[in-house]
Design a protein around this ligand. Sequence first.
Ligand SMILES: *[C@@H]1O[C@H](CO)[C@@H](O)[C@H](O)[C@H]1NC(C)=O
Ligand SMILES: *[C@@H]1O[C@H](CO)[C@@H](O)[C@H](O)[C@H]1NC(C)=O
Ligand SMILES: *[C@@H]1O[C@H](CO)[C@@H](O)[C@H](O)[C@H]1NC(C)=O
Ligand SMILES: *[C@@H]1O[C@H](CO)[C@@H](O)[C@H](O)[C@H]1NC(C)=O
Ligand SMILES: *[C@@H]1O[C@H](CO)[C@@H](O)[C@H](O)[C@H]1NC(C)=O
Ligand SMILES: *[C@@H]1O[C@H](CO)[C@@H](O)[C@H](O)[C@H]1NC(C)=O
Length: 498
Amino acid sequence: MVCLFLLIFLPCAFSARILGVFLFPSYSHQKVFQPIWRDLSLRGHDVTVCTTTPLNDPNLTNLTEINISFQHDNTQHAPPDFLSKEINMFEDFHNIVNYMDFIAATALTHPSFKNFLETCAENFDLIILECLYPVLYGLSRKFQAPIACVSSLGALTVFQDVVGNPSHPTLYREFFVTLHHPDLDLWHQSELVLLNLWSRFWYEFVVLPRGAVLAKSVFGHEIGDTLDGEKSVKLFLLNVNRVVYHPRPNVPAVLELGQMGLKPKETLREDLQTFLDQAKSGVVYFSLGTLVHLEGSSIGRTILEGLARVPYKVIIKWNCSTLLHNYTNILCREWLPQTQILEHPNLKVFVTQGGLQSLEESISARVPLVALPFLVDQPMNVYKLVKQGIGKALNPVTVTPDELKDCVVEVAENRTYRDRVVEIRGVLLDKATVSTEKAIWWMEYIIRHKGAPHLRSLNVDISWFSYLLGDVIALFVVGLASTCLCFYYLLKLFNYNL
Ligand SMILES: *[C@@H]1O[C@H](CO)[C@@H](O)[C@H](O)[C@H]1NC(C)=O
Ligand SMILES: *[C@@H]1O[C@H](CO)[C@@H](O)[C@H](O)[C@H]1NC(C)=O
Ligand SMILES: *[C@@H]1O[C@H](CO)[C@@H](O)[C@H](O)[C@H]1NC(C)=O
Ligand SMILES: *[C@@H]1O[C@H](CO)[C@@H](O)[C@H](O)[C@H]1NC(C)=O
Ligand SMILES: *[C@@H]1O[C@H](CO)[C@@H](O)[C@H](O)[C@H]1NC(C)=O
Ligand SMILES: *[C@@H]1O[C@H](CO)[C@@H](O)[C@H](O)[C@H]1NC(C)=O
């Protein structure tokens, strides 16, 4: 506690100029990064941040926030295929990178971002980016600064490649694949290897060149024709935890954080507090986060019907103007203070889409889950929560109202789920350092040591052929073949009849 106090409240010995660019229009991403930019500014650094969710705190005098909340409109344009369960991993990869390109393009070509670039005369000492948009590597050349990448979850292999983090296609699987069983058959293993090769090929020959064209048009000709993440990214911070993600080997530039979210200062409004206090039979909380919108769809109607049948009170985060009935047990709000609701003693079950932040908050509040996974990392998170015994999963495409009701009742009434959550919570929260503190220390380290070139892994600079020892293997094969040939001709020479 003393250390935390010292690090956060004692100003740092130097003041740096830091730029943060966080384009993704989702609260669950932004809240992971908020404590980073808040605490950097409190330590006396001059921080400028482009964000869709500004803190808007007048006390943070060293912080300039550029509000790009217009990006929220873009979540309406998520590819519809995202919500299909039948989709294969290759399409999933394409959906993700295309969506990210779309998000980056709309943000960077918007007048408020252009205006920022034009008015920003000085250089920076560090640039902090969400590691999803290669086009932003161009900022490193524009402002002559090293980059620290952060992610609100894990990261795709193609992004980890910039710091040379070792990857293995079947052991350390992409977070969006749905193949999580530890012992995959040969067919599925081959599929994962092909996905790994294909995603790297597509990234190198399509995504990067496309990003380079956009970068040049936005940041100016001086940044050149290529995007060189390998030269500019010095640090890679991942918000992964030991409950959902497998342990894996990381190079020194990759750090694992976990539980980064800033707890909002919101309090329960009086009507919510009364609703929760008076629900003696218990409360179920339902939210699909910020990216999944089912209002008006048949899946949405099925879920509401199931929730209306449970023998508890229900709080839902939903677009309330689309409700066709007044359900007697349901309270609907467009926005809810999730952490505070989960921490209420009457709360029995969280019905969720299985996003990482929701999962961590639920475990911290000791609440078991019923999960309806939709996209990206949600199927993986949900596979893990079922495996850990802290909840149950349902397929949102095929679920019926009664299945959902029975599942919620089972998780609410059977003690084993809650007991497991308490156990898993111990694992999740047992950490040597507060994650924000670790993130800040390493970012200042990168600034102090001018990009810390001594952290750079050897993997970054050698070709894949040398990495896989192709030349050595070739030498062995040639050596072995020539030896065999020599023997063959020697024996022939001495007239052995072969
Ligand atoms: C702003 O930065 C200065 C040093 O640059 C520091 O002394 C001051 O405490 C900071 N103020 C806040 C509110 O963070
Ligand atoms: C950001 O901008 C939007 C739209 O201009 C506005 O509604 C919102 O209140 C702003 N957010 C903050 C925290 O200033
Ligand atoms: C700013 O600081 C003052 C005095 O410490 C405090 O009363 C106020 O709540 C703070 N404002 C915010 C938005 O945190
Ligand atoms: C809620 O639904 C109504 C009716 O479909 C729509 O007009 C409105 O934009 C929606 N609100 C939000 C916040 O999505
Ligand atoms: C639900 O009830 C409220 C007030 O009791 C009423 O204004 C509203 O029209 C009702 N909605 C529906 C869909 O019946
Ligand atoms: C409670 O759940 C556990 C794990 O799913 C199961 O083994 C057990 O039989 C359940 N108990 C009851 C009383 O249903």
